[in-house]
Design a protein around this ligand. Structure first.
Ligand SMILES: N[C@@H](CCC(=O)N[C@@H](CS)C(=O)NCC(=O)O)C(=O)O
Length: 215
């Protein structure tokens, strides 16, 4: 397995499959392509016609798009239970994952992922506040319906948690005021060995992407 990703400090889409691989204990190597440099487009074009990272290589198979990569991993390693076991939990996990993949643009625009950012709030418009409220509600519903067996959204770690890991980081670094149960879920993600390792590597990076540096 070989995962091509963007800078760990900024590349939220890369973090998702990287979390899934790491949390599942699937061995892989990585190539990091710095975003927003004069060479970025050419470097990514070697791997992706879409011009985006992440990209996963597995033998002759190439998979792009974060969620498609994680679906591939779930099929390849069914014993890792990357999706929850029951059809009902799986349906909800897929719905919340797709909602993340397709949405929350107001929050994403207002609060770009920036792991090294010292926690500090920014003014949020109503759309971003609505996104945050919706995410808190989603996490609460997942935990209430299917979270009894553990601390993740569906008890054990799943792709749904991977999808929301960058949101957890944004909530943390933009000092978003959240409910107690949201805070507890954030701490679960932030304290995983996988996220800590990603963060540690991100903090060692020196690349700056000005458009993702929000004051
Ligand atoms: N829908 C894609 C989005 C991927 C994406 O937007 N990746 C960003 C980095 S996080 C990228 O490759 N940007 C290219 C660039 O900045 O030139 C996915 O889920 O993988």
């Amino acid at each position: 397995m070989h995962l091509v990703i963007g800078n760990k400090n900024y590349s939220s889409w890369s973090l998702r499959p990287w979390m899934a691989l790491s949390m599942a204990g699937i061995p892989f190597r990585e190539t990091v392509i710095p975003l927003d440099t004069p060479d970025t487009a050419a470097l990514i074009a070697r791997h992706s016609g879409a011009g985006r990272v992440p990209v996963l290589y597995h033998g002759r198979q190439v998979v792009w798009e974060s969620l498609a990569i994680m679906e591939y991993l779930a099929e390849l390693f069914p014993e890792k239970n990357l999706w929850p076991k029951t059809i009902s939990a799986r349906a909800m996990a897929r719905a919340v994952s797709n909602e993340m993949h397709a949405g929350f643009s107001a929050l994403r625009n207002a609060c770009p992922m920036n792991i090294r950012r010292a926690p500090k709030p920014v003014p949020l418009n109503d759309a971003a506040k609505r996104d945050i409220a919706r995410i808190e509600q989603l996490w609460r519903e997942c935990r209430a319906k299917f979270g009894k067996g553990g601390k993740f959204l569906f008890g054990r770690f799943s792709i749904a948690d991977a999808m929301y890991t960058p949101v957890v980081s944004r909530f943390e670094t933009f000092a978003i005021p959240v409910a107690e149960d949201t805070r507890a879920y954030m701490d679960t993600i932030l304290n995983t060995a996988a996220f800590r390792a990603w963060r540690e590597a991100a903090l060692k990076e020196s690349w700056i992407v000005p458009s993702d540096e929000v004051d």
